[in-house]
Write a protein of this length. Structure first.
Length: 758
């Protein structure tokens, strides 16, 4: 690639680093076919080279590309080939263009499946299943001609008032790191370290680096008031795991926020020292949307801003008007061309790794939509968390019920269960709770049995009362054996929504309570939903609350009004089928909370791994503990754990440095009457001199499915990375003594490990 770089003019080099265009503006589609616009052709003529095009296939209210004006998968591939052909025929060096697409929970394009959002996925505690889902996403992207998948994995949420909590796996960096590794393996494949990315895989662009989950007050893009230790221990750790994986990260996106006053996009210490020097990252850093324009509000000089960003480690722009000034920055002497060359070389090498110079749009026929839907449903099922189940009201025994009332604003609102960054869907593509339960019951009830009646009423809107809604809901629930009450939130955008330049919602639909730029001051459920629950409780019929939401809501009095609570997050296209499976007992719930649920917004933060220092834990008027803690979740069955042991109680540093691990082994048995899964969680508590420890930190886990009465041996390995901490000088060092707690539902046992340096 160096030889190709040597042939490039300054203008062509700058063109390789610019990703200025909104991809949906580059084509027009009508009954006569698909055409490239002058917007695209003018950009090609301006630079003689285009590095990236963002969102060519994007479909949503912001892009304005709907089921009529957007692209179906075969049309997407056709357009991809048109773009690459035009580049070949109208540029001097014929360098193919990267097509980058959003895929936070499935590709944001027509004809794509929407899998559960990260907030749901984290609760599954099953990175392997999530990795399989990402393999389908990669194939879906490649069959349309795309090469890069932009995916949120790096944000560790510390304040769930943040609207983008739905894009986060967890409040815990270790759990977040395991899902980040799974995303990389699923999207990129396992063989990327040996050279080329296969034709069925894409390069992952990991978002966002770093610290965005600790924004002040949960404000989107807000200031991050943390120290170096918190940054390294919590927010850099997921990327650290990404760099130790077999399929290493090759692309990441910088975050909007600042860290201690220095914006991430202009942060040499963050991008060049931490990311590149310390972690060994050799790939390229992409800007977030119009973030460089925001950077210019500090420098007030686009030439200076362009130089500042690229010298700080940003290689690729996104929609901004700053990187075009790189040409002038070099010509004026402000920027050394060698710095520009380094970024261009990174881009060219990644294009080579993707095989773009051989064939930028291979024909991919392996994508299996039916298999992808099955995987998405399984992921949604495993993500459901059972918080409460008084008198074992769940699962529903279909042989004993005659009428089920499905009530609530999220019972049959399909877009409400999909989350932000979701494409338009065709009728029947999404399976709601009402649809899923109705279909399931119809399939399960024998022809000789009396049919089970299922009634439905919305009862209320998401944030407002519905005229006559409560009366209708109570009528629908009258004489029911059980009420399924679907509450929560919504990230569904519509055409009344106004958008910022980066696509974040500014205002519009009052029914949108989550998503990018939809931050909440109060996590309480809207009063209209609570009022609905209060009125239904007066019927004295058992109520199961199903929370379909993008963040943990403070449940408040709902907890006392209902008999059972399921947390579903945003379960995706197949969410209705998944919830029907859980409600009826075909699958036992196996999810565990990955983000603690507060009793009140006033308690925040309530993450579990805080510093264990001497402080007054409880408020005068409220407990300081969350309502439901990280790692919590019930099942329809029970488990016993025995024979716990460490492979060694003492290990030398030299052995750990040589790659040896410490294994925690044991036996788990399903002691109940139905099949189910338990998540065995391993936490550590350790100290280094003069450093306050955390209460505990997750260091390992394993999810194990067992039939009734079945036993299985298990082993959870702890590597050198899990046995180190930051000393008083912020240097990584081994703990000398580590207290390990092994936890599961109604189980806890402790072990001690000693690490010696000789």
């Amino acid at each position: 690639m160096q030889e190709l770089l040597n042939q490039m003019t300054l203008k062509e080099k700058v063109g390789q680093l610019n990703q200025r265009l909104y991809g949906w503006e580059l084509y027009e589609k009508d009954e006569t076919g698909i055409r490239l616009t002058d917007t695209f052709k003018d950009e090609v003529a301006r630079w003689g080279s285009i590095g990236f095009i963002y969102g060519l296939f994007r479909s949503d209210p912001w892009s304005g590309k709907d089921l009529t004006t957007g692209l179906q998968p075969d049309e997407a591939l056709e357009l991809s080939r048109m773009v690459q052909t035009y580049i070949q025929e109208n540029t001097r060096l014929k360098i193919p263009v990267f097509l980058s697409e959003e895929c936070p929970h499935g590709h944001q394009a027509l004809g794509s499946i929407s899998s559960p959002t990260n907030f749901s996925v984290g609760s599954s505690w099953n990175p392997s299943l999530y990795q399989r889902m990402q393999q389908f996403v990669a194939q879906d992207l490649r069959r349309k001609g795309a090469h890069l998948g932009l995916i949120s994995t790096l944000d560790v949420v510390r304040d769930p008032r943040w609207g983008r909590t739905e894009e986060c796996f967890s409040e815990d960096p270790f759990l977040t790191g395991q899902y980040t590794v799974a995303a990389l393996k699923g999207l990129q494949g396992d063989a990327t370290t040996q050279g080329q990315i296969s034709e069925e895989n894409v390069l992952a662009v990991l978002k966002h680096f770093a610290g965005q989950g600790s924004a002040m007050g949960g404000h989107n893009s807000g200031p991050v008031n943390i120290g170096d230790r918190e940054l390294e221990e919590i927010h850099l750790l997921p990327m650290q795991y990404a760099m130790t994986a077999d399929s290493k990260a090759h692309l990441c996106m910088a975050a909007y926020n600042d860290i201690d006053g220095i914006p991430c996009h202009g942060n040499h210490e963050l991008l060049n020292v931490h990311l590149r020097e310390k972690m060994g990252f050799t790939g390229a850093v992409m800007s977030d949307g119009v973030a460089l324009d925001r950077l210019d509000s500090i420098a007030n000089d686009p030439i200076e801003t362009a130089a500042w960003a690229i010298e700080s480690g940003v290689d690729i722009s996104l929609w901004d008007n700053i990187f075009p000034y790189l040409e002038e920055a070099v010509e004026s002497g402000r920027l050394e061309e060698s710095v520009l060359d380094q970024s261009v070389l990174r881009v060219l090498e990644l294009k080579d790794k993707m095989g773009l110079f051989e064939n930028p749009t291979p024909q991919i026929d392996t994508f299996d939509m039916e298999a992808a839907m099955v995987c998405a449903q399984e992921l949604a099922e495993e993500a459901v968390v059972l918080l409460k189940n008084e008198a074992n009201i769940l699962p529903i025994n279909l042989s004993e019920v005659k009428k089920i009332a499905v009530i609530g604003p999220n019972a049959d609102a399909v877009y409400n269960q999909l989350g932000d960054y979701t494409p338009f869907k065709t009728a029947g593509q999404v399976n709601s709770l009402l649809t899923g339960l109705t279909q399931y019951v119809a399939n399960k009830v024998d022809d000789n049995d009396d049919a089970i009646e299922i009634t439905y009423a919305a009862g209320s809107l998401m944030t407002a009362s519905l005229e006559g809604g409560i009366a209708e809901a109570k009528h629908a629930a009258s004489d029911a054996n059980i009420i399924i009450l679907a509450l929560g939130g919504s990230s569904a955008r519509d055409f009344t929504t106004d958008f910022d330049a980066n696509g974040a919602a500014l205002n519009g639909s009052n029914e949108m309570t989550s998503g990018e730029n939809i931050d909440l001051a109060d996590l309480s459920l809207p009063a209209a939903q609570i009022e609905l629950a209060i009125e239904l409780a007066k019927l004295n019929i058992p109520i199961v609350a199903v929370m379909i939401e993008g963040r943990p809501h403070a449940l408040g009095e709902l907890d006392e009004l209902v008999d059972a609570i399921l947390i579903a997050g945003y379960p995706g296209d197949q969410g209705g089928k998944a919830l029907a499976s859980i409600l009826t007992g075909e699958r036992s719930p196996s999810g565990k909370l990955a983000i603690s649920i507060p009793d009140s917004s006033g308690q925040l933060p309530v993450y579990y791994n805080y510093r264990d220092t001497s402080f007054k834990e409880h408020y005068f008027d409220l407990s300081g503990q969350p309502k439901y803690r990280f790692g919590y979740g019930l099942s329809y069955t029970s488990f016993d754990i025995s024979e716990l042991a460490l492979s060694t109680n003492e290990i030398e540093v030299a052995k750990l440095e040589a790659g040896e691990t410490v294994a925690l082994t044991g036996v788990i048995q399903n002691t109940g009457s139905v099949a189910g899964a338990e998540v065995i969680q391993v936490y550590s508590r350790a100290t280094l001199p003069k450093v306050a420890p955390r209460v505990k930190e997750l260091k390992g886990f394993k999810k194990i499915w067992l039939e009734p009465g079945e036993s299985q041996k298990f082993s959870i390995e702890l590597s050198a990375m899990e046995l180190k901490g930051l000393d008083a000088q912020l240097k990584r060092d081994y703990y000398s003594t580590i207290s390990l707690s092994i936890e599961a539902t109604d189980f806890i046992e402790h072990k001690q490990l000693t690490i010696t340096k000789y």
